[in-house]
Design a protein around this ligand. Sequence first.
Ligand code: FAD
Ligand code: FES
Ligand code: FES
Length: 1326
Amino acid sequence: MDESKDLLVFYVNGVKTIEHDPDPTCSLLQYLRTKLQLTGAKLVCGEGGCGACTVMISKYDDENRTILHYSVNACLTPVCSVHGLAVTTTEGIGSLRTRLHPVQEQIAKHHGSQCGFCTPGMVMSMYTLLRNNPQPSMTQIEKYLEGNLCRCTGYRPILDGCKLFSKEACALGENCCRNKNGDDDNKNDNKEEKTEAYIPPYDPTQEPIFPPELKVNYAKYHKTSLLFDNNGVKWYRPTTLTELLDLKQKYPGAKIIIGNTEIGIETRFKNIKYDVLIHAANIPELTIITSTEDGIKFGASVTLSKVEEVLQQAIENSAEEKCRVFKAVVEMLKWFASNQIRNTAAIGGNIMTASPISDLNPVFQASTAVLEVISPDKVKRRVAMDAGFFTGYRKTVIKNNEILVSITIPFTHKNAYFETYKQALRKEDDIAIVNAGMRVVFEDESDVIEELYLSYGGMAPTTIMAKNTMSNLVGRKWGDNLVPEACQYLEEDLPLNPGAPGGIVEYRKTLTTSFFFKFYLTVTQQLYSKGILQGKPTPRSYLSAIETHECGPSKGTQVYELVDAAQKDDNPIGRPVIHNSAYQQTTGEAVYIDDMLPIKGELFVAPVYSSRSHATLLDIDPTAALQIPGVKGYIDYRDIPGVNRIVICAEEFFAVDEVTCEGCLIGGVVATSSQTAREASKMVEIKYQDLPAIITVEDAITNDSYFREPLVNECGDVDKGFQLCEKVLEGEVYMGAQEHFYLETQSAIAVPNERDEMDLYSSAQCPAWVQESVAQVLGVPCNKVTCQTKRLGGGFGGKNTQNIPIAVLAAVAAKKYNLPMRCCLERDDDMVMTGTRHPVMAKYTVGYSMDGRIVSLDVNVYGNCGNSIDGSEPTLGNLLRRIDNVYKIPNFRAACHFCKTNIRSNTSIRTCGTVQAIFIIENILQHIIDKHGMDPIKVREMNFYQEGDRTHVNQIIQDCNIEACWQECINQCDYYNRKKQVEIYNRENRWRKRGISIIPLKHGVSIGVIALNQAGALVNVYTDGSVLLAHGGVEMGQGLYIKMIQVASATLGIPADRIHTNEMSTSTVPNASVTAGSTGSDLNGMAVKFACEKICKRLEKYKNEKGSSWNDWVKRAYEDRVSLSATGFYKAPDLGPDPSTNSENSFYYYSYGVGCSEVEIDCLTGDHTVLRTDIVFDVGTSLNPAIDIGQIEGAFVMGHGLHMLEHLKVTPSGTLLTKGPGNYKIPSVGNIPKVFNVSMLKGKPNKRAVYSSKAIGEAPMILSLSIFLAAKSAIMAARHETGIDGYFQFDCPATPDIIRMLCQDEFTKQFPPAEEDNFTPWFVKL
Ligand SMILES: Cc1cc2nc3c(=O)[nH]c(=O)nc-3n(C[C@H](O)[C@H](O)[C@H](O)COP(=O)(O)OP(=O)(O)OC[C@H]3O[C@@H](n4cnc5c(N)ncnc54)[C@H](O)[C@@H]3O)c2cc1C
Ligand code: FES
Ligand code: FES
């Protein structure tokens, strides 16, 4: 191959891009963001797991003379791989400067963008779908968006925005007016509809054309070989097999690369470097698809999407019996990664990676697919993917220097049956825990097994065949006793030691037999239907075990109160106004910290942190890091001019002698690019001497490791209560950690200025704390430090304090080098360096009456605070203040214990403390209910507070709306009828069960620290009448800016579009409280209102002039030298003791809500589906119902993650195992309730907050407990089948392994838990 270097040529948004010296290690995302300054696509994970970097690639298909469009994750796409292709980003399809693309417009208009960080990726996924299919179905849309995560919205508004492009957009279907063109016949009919709300149909002809040059010069771009050579790495793109083999001969260690979805992960996260990469995507033999006598032969570089398409066509056009393996592959691909990954990942890449959890290899092995491989000296051979194919961890019989050319996926015949199974933590876009391919071949027209192939993934270091089971069952009849026998053989074939990598060993073993049981049932059904098996058929109640569960696209309603007809049109209070930067967010114009243009001279700092949980620091040697080109230096505690402490977090800043958790900050590496800084930071050599580490709550209790005395609350006489009550129960319940998973990682830019000034741009929920901390560490007064925050890409409490070390790190480095410094954490660093929700364990004793009324409660709560007390006092304080929920507990004692451990300090997070509190009290009630089989509604109702009651913290219950929400929700969800239906379903189905649960909520509003319940605002009116509004609140997606603009608009009496908010800055509003605890709009709203009222008062005298307008009043006031700038200040009143009522006012009011969920579980796998959720929430008089509904849905879905999915795992020595979306699963679009109805309680204005509204951001999260308890109820029904009734402990998160193992049956009994003392578990419960 020619060894001269080539130019990289591709198009971006229609513009030709030529790169003279492309870097083969550079991703397309990095290129777009740093070289082209196209920052719409975001870096969130860098591992293909979130979709925020989605862009569209278009390619000319010379053979079919058509243009192909497909979405990809730009973070995993090497820029060198896009030669001759056209890339489209969200900036290329529409902008506010030109025109919005309909997808951008509709997502924004439907409130589908909150923090906006996921939005460009969502837009591009949807856009790509439309380019391929201008009118997709909703099911297709949901499938397409599975690879795009959103932490804010709960997905429903995004789907609503997309729905308008779907077939289901209108009940009239094809007759919808949007589908009619402008001929006269239709015009009159449609007049009515063509009002403001009229949305024209999507018109694909309006899209930009594919660059003609790429078409005309197809051969030049795609049929000539290429070489790029930069950064010590060669990238070859051969175009013939001979060239490829010659290169392999020349460079035996060269790496073949196709989709880069494996190699990208290895190079990025395992720091593996390859000197020579051979891009083998343009070689005819590797891309051809042919039909052969035996099956369909796919070249190794064919993408998974193409494989799916071709097999689907074959299924549709061939006899069913021929295509049973094809169907299995298509079924497996449905659950294989995301659309973006399948569009680039190749079938050969999956085989050659030989991952033990590959999804396709079990299918190929069980079907004995045949591979063709070729060696560099051009010797071809055929290799069967049989039991001997995998030889070790990520090893196969294919030799290192051989190249996989093709795979033939075989046809089946009438006597062969094939099924495939996959179980993952999250059904959509997740890697398997266990998967399997199973094939049975019968003797002709008989039920005698002739051949049996069972291949499993996730059960060994390789994909493995259950050889003994297979051989022992051959010759046997397919009958009832087959299953128990198979289970015994499978246990022998698939051993796993209790400490095996991956953990959850009993569950994995149970899955192997449960899958076989499903296979048995499926084949049995088919044999019956053919008349081969006769006699007693499979009981009907068993069939749901094998039915594929398609619920169709999710749907729902949102109900809110319309504003009074008398309200002026331009008064926006109570109207569903769009988030004020929603459009910028969809077009990629919204600027987050890392999107800011480079500042002259800017450098980058990457953190150096501890890899040990508890150790003495013996030596730190940055020499190796300093030798990397581009590295400018290393900083640590010796570079601190002020104090080495973040006072607000009660933490040392840089560790000096000792580290107390993994992720403890030790130093920082400064370099000319973020990549270099990060790479070099990993090369700083640190010598540790390990010290004993305390990781879990249990460890802390054993070691008596606490930060302080317990926080105790007591009312009534608990001991006497126990003596008087009729029944007493003791129990324990546990709730795990939760990662915030804001999409924008912790980020900061520090810019040094004259006279010790330091300007900071920080992703902070409290810029004032950043200002104060930076000033302390730099040893300067606060007036020298300014911190600005325009918006956050999500916060959820994780940026209250845990962003501070990052801003300080940037500031210390900026100070030392006297240059601007950028520090934006990578996802894995962020997850290691920041804390999570406090895991808690509660031990309780509850006394109650015969009918379930609580008389006395004694509870000890142990919170895992981590290595510092930062955030733990308010969190456990919240827990204590809110643990009563809606229940009157006359005798109450609770103690919260602050466990000091060696994990990263746990911190505030949406409903911190409160979600744990309500989890605990509801589980206690459920314990009583389950123990005695009581009615959950009656027991809850009898314990409800009544108006005027006093809570356990002696606050008087006033304006109590719990009954109203409760009754409305019961009616809305038709609770009693549905409960009956659930019981019928459970009687009729053995292996699937349903449960329904309804949960009430009372949420006290205030921040636990009284001083923080204050806010300031500054309103500047300019001479043209426009208004600049500043307040102490930070916009993080919750719609605070637009709500504040609505308040200002209503108070000033001017339209909202005259008012602008650009950022939160410590220089405009000093000492502003953290935006947290749902109090942002309450506190800032009043401050804004007061400031606006001052302005109104000053303008009063000009208003009387007839015919004059706002602009005239402002002008006149200016001419009269009246100040047009006003501040507002507000403090929440009456917090603390109230002598007039002898009560303690912890909260300034309560909000209420009720949620009901119905859940279905698969008892054999532990999967769950939320069939329906109904929520009724009391938001007073909503300031903005669209924003509030968005908060309710988003919080609820985040809570679903907490209760059912999100499992933070650490090793017994405290190393975090879940460092990104690959192994930490937040809900995706497929997880949301299939029916999701949200309504706001009507006619209940709140006299204690701005414009009668109520706080909303956090509390609805708690209602997702209804999913958890509905799942528990379903599990109870499953246990009932095997004679196990009554209470069982059910801990959170209820991941599939927990659900499956609680549904005890003959399969689980086979695998009892191992003795805990005999092994070291793979992970411990956090
Ligand atoms: C977010 C994400 C989700 C994923 N989800 C899943 C999942 O659900 N299920 C699953 O099974 N996998 C999953 N994967 C793994 C991965 O996508 C697949 O293994 C994919 O098929 C790899 O193909 P590729 O073309 O990207 O391989 P590459 O990364 O390009 O290459 C992978 C390996 O194969 C070798 N190779 C490729 N072609 C040849 C050839 N012709 N001859 C010799 N060697 C060759 C390469 O040298 C390399 O070692 C996921 C990956 C990511 C990043
Ligand atoms: S940043 Fe690319 S998928 Fe997450
Ligand atoms: S709007 Fe989707 S992550 Fe924030």
